[in-house]
Write a protein that binds this ligand. Sequence first.
Ligand code: ARG
Length: 401
Amino acid sequence: MTERIVLAYSGGLDTSVAIGWIGEATGAEVIAVAVDVGQGGESLEDIRQRALGCGAVEAYVADARDEFANEYAMPTLKANALYQGHYPLVSAISRPVIVKHLVKAAREFGATTVAHGCTGKGNDQVRFEVGIQTLGPDLKCIAPVRDLALTRDKAIAYAEAHNLPIETTKKNPYSIDQNVWGRAVETGYLEDIWNAPTKDIYDYTATPDFPPAPDEVIISFHQGVPVAIDGVKVSPLHAIQELNRRAGAQGVGRIDVVEDRLVGIKSREIYEAPGAMALITAHKHLEDITLEREQARFKATVSQRWAELVYDGQWFSPLKRSLDAFIEDTQKYVSGDIRMTLHGGQAIVNGRRSETSLYDFDLATYDTGDTFDQSQAKGFIELWGMSSKVASTRDQRVQGL
Ligand code: ARG
């Protein structure tokens, strides 16, 4: 039987050419796998037809938008995960859901190998291959761009020579990856890290120079997940989409960073994630009133480690799973409403309410009616400072010797 390879297919030039390229290099039949994670653009049916037109023997297409929002974006929100304090893991969380579908398609169509279109310089090759190794340990991986010398120039020449149903003239100097959680833009003019991004780079956000009137929004959460916007019930996917629209119109969620890739390279990235950043901001503020202090402090360190694991392609790892269990436990009381103003590129929280809040007005107030016994503070401070005081007395004694 002819060997079969499933290919992660985007519908773009490189992966369209990869169908025939892989076939010629390996003699295998290629099955194209396209997964909708809310990247917009063409319909899955158009993508399926193109894959078949480019020589795929089968095309597997999946609308994974809700799956992505529920099982990948929501855990990221619950973690308030920002790699290096900035990046809400847009591409990093889409790879594992694509991997799931690749492995599923490999099983369905009897393939032995999985192929993806990543280069050898980025994080995504790691995320695909580590994910595939974990979910399908018997499957092999190949990357035509990296392993079969498929360069962009060769791809254009191949597409033209074979009359493939794909445009080869559209010139985009940037490498773009997008889904409903956000958009990542890199390469070209941006590789000079002193160059400011030009307005044409952005698509999910409007330039906040002349912003429209401020937009006030109330986001309601239940156990860490958004369930309503301005009182209207929403699914996680709808919440992200609605806030992409409203926060995007106010220029919220633009990020310009130089980040540390797993492969040891520092790279310039422009992200826009209006919905993700508005949600993370709101969620964090709700945690501020619903998490106990020590739990909140510890969660911040867990969240950082979680973001690093996910960035580094360890979505399916045991440690990530254990951290998920911790994070899930912290979300039990993260329910309530956050009111925020979206304006001029910022999402600023100005009100919060929750049935499970730990904020106690009577303890906090400086007005009459205060229930906090201030006399207890004096003894507490003495004991709290005791160990430092003892050490400092020792230091002074030793220095005086
Ligand atoms: N640097 C980001 C990450 O590793 C984004 C990568 C996006 N890929 C792309 N082809 N633009 O998660």
